[in-house]
Design a binder for this molecule. Structure first.
Ligand code: ASP
Ligand code: MG
Length: 426
């Protein structure tokens, strides 16, 4: 008998009918002889609606900043609704079930309201209930601090609850049910040829999630990597009888890459900007001063490059558009102090990240990327790399055509492309 942790996102539990479909699926897994622990999100847009209420009552756009404790109290109500309803639906089908809040399930977090981190899961109560033959339903996205305050893990945090529970229970598998068929080679809403990736590594998924692929919460994948939890991402809209062992995307530590591809996937994140500081005194000291100042302004720098110019050093820095004002102020101040030439800026940029462990052994990956961008007729505003990824910064107006062309150039298109499903579970 194996233990499976299943997680259902907001769309998957978004209506009474969807909740019943989830109950059918859980019961089917149970009757196939598995122990099942289920983690649920709030129904549909419930979390957004609760936040909107808080905004109305307080007159604040971000009520969590002023009332973090109370916003956590409020938001955890969303998951309580779906967990209790699911428990009832499962019981109606003749299986035993019990719902538990994050606190009851002993998901222990630090004290940072609205963005708490899980420090420990003391899963005895869950384990006992499972041993007693029950399906245990745990509220996602919430925990309790050592000071006994109720906390939430940050938007999209139910994935993290599921993977942390799977790790602490020593589950055989964590199944993440969502509104798309799995992890795609690119966003299927924008790249029509995108298809489901059958298997990929934790490291590749961490990169894809960080680069903007929205299918799973990046922190959840980090926990899965650290504790070696096998995660399968699959659609809750498929027939419950369909074999979950063979559909969707399997994320493991070292997958067998049957497809022999150089790249596994492409993701994009818009809203980037670049500052260029020119005619600066050359040397490491200058760059250090700029970076120290930006750090002190609480802004995080993404890409950085420096190059000598005819009348001094040129330093380029990319930041999120939201941070541009703060970063610009610092840059101007430093340039003035050091007697530099000035500061230019470009906003409306998109990062496109190409991910794949396969590119280690493939020569000419850069050449192919650059040729492709040249053909698309875009300009390149920056490049950065990690062991298994290459990121390029391009104007957002060209981002979609660049992604399509790169997807094509690296033959990510599949003959057996899965049609894109309902979008937006996030
Ligand atoms: N309900 C929470 C949110 O909307 C957590 C989640 O769905 O993962 O962010
Ligand atoms: Mg989600």
């Amino acid at each position: 008998m194996s233990l499976i942790v299943q997680k259902y996102g907001g769309t998957s539990v978004g209506s009474p009918e969807r909740l019943q479909a989830v109950a059918d699926r859980v019961v089917a897994r149970r009757r196939a002889g598995h122990d099942v622990v289920v983690v649920v999100s709030a129904m549909g847009q419930a979390t957004d609606e609760l936040l909107a209420l808080a905004s109305q009552v307080t007159g604040r756009a971000r009520p969590g900043r002023t009332h973090p404790r109370e916003v956590d109290m409020l938001l955890t109500a969303g998951e309580r609704v779906s967990m209790a309803l699911l428990a009832m639906a499962i019981r109606e089908r003749g299986e035993e079930a019990i719902s538990l809040t994050g606190s009851q399930a002993a998901i222990i977090t630090d004290a940072s309201h609205t963005a708490a981190r899980i420090t420990e899961v003391r899963a005895e109560r869950v384990r006992e209930a499972v041993a007693g033959g029950k399906v245990v339903i745990v509220a996602g996205f919430q925990g309790v601090s050592r000071e006994r305050e109720i906390t939430t893990l940050g938007r999209g945090g139910s994935d993290t609850t599921a993977v942390a529970l799977a790790a602490s229970l020593g589950a055989d598998r964590c199944e993440v049910y969502t509104d798309v068929e799995g992890v795609f080679t690119a966003d299927p809403r924008r790249i029509p040829g995108a298809r489901v990736v059958r298997t990929l590594s934790h490291a590749e998924m961490v990169e894809l999630a960080a680069a903007g692929a929205q299918v799973m919460h990046p922190r959840a994948i980090e926990i899965a990597a650290r504790f070696d939890v096998a995660v399968r991402v699959l659609s809750s809209f498929t027939d419950p009888e369909t074999d979950p062992e063979t559909t969707g995307t399997l994320i493991v530590s070292t997958p067998e890459h049957m497809e022999g591809l150089v790249l596994t996937g492409i993701a994009a994140s818009p809203g980037q900007a670049k500052l260029t500081l020119y005619d600066l005194p050359s040397g490491l000291r200058t760059a250090t001063e700029v970076l120290r100042g930006i750090a002190e302004a609480g802004v995080s720098v993404d890409m950085i490059s420096e190059a000598p110019g005819p009348s001094g050093m040129k330093l380029q820095i990319s930041v999120m558009e939201d941070d541009l004002d703060d970063a610009r102020t610092v840059c101007r101040e430093v340039v003035e102090r050091l007697g530099g030439g000035g500061v230019d800026e470009i906003s409306g940029l998109t990062r496109i990240t190409l991910v794949g462990s396969g590119m280690h052994d493939a020569p000419g990956v850069y050449a192919r990327i650059f040729e492709t961008l040249l053909e698309v007729g875009t300009e390149l505003q920056g490049v950065s790399t990690s062991a298994i990824s290459i990121t390029v910064l391009v104007p957002s107006a060209h981002a979609e055509s660049a992604m399509r062309a790169l997807h094509d150039a690296f033959e990510l298109e599949g003959a057996g492309a899965v049609p894109s499903a309902v979008a937006g579970e996030g």
